[in-house]
Design a protein around this ligand. Sequence first.
Ligand code: ZN
Length: 185
Amino acid sequence: MLPRTPSLLTEEPQHESTHVPFPHRGAHRLHEFAALAMVDIVDSATRSRMMSGIRGRNTKPEVLIRSLLHRQGFRFRLDARDLPGRPDIVLPRYRAVVLVHGCFWHGHDCRLFKWPQTRPEFWRDKIGRNRANDDKVRAALLAAGWRVGVVWECALRGANRDIEGVLTRLVQWLESDAPGFEERG
Ligand code: ZN
């Protein structure tokens, strides 16, 4: 029913032990793995509660973007819990935040998004609230003087994906003064 996590990370620098920019990343990944491993041993209500807890945090498209930016020399703030929406990719030097949105959870108007067949009211409510929250977070970040870039999952998945192009435009934006940026498939 739910879209599978895309496997984009074939090039993740797991062996580059000389620089370990995210000491917490392993823990997050373990957390994610643990949640996936539990899929078989809990009922669907419990599972959906657990998944909602980890939704949007260190999903693979996000890790991909962070990994690519890191290779380009960009460095991030490791703990952004004080910022609206607790964004995972925060670049203080560029006064920029990059949000990588999963198309399902954020209700994107694109080819990746389909309303689930079951429990339509639940999903309309859930995704409607997520979208409202996205608007709120974006406004709060802008109001606090952050520049906000959004990269949609659909820009990174599927036959037409152009990850290099996305990265190029993202870097151009980071090095510009433009307040906003959006990349979609
Ligand atoms: Zn999309």
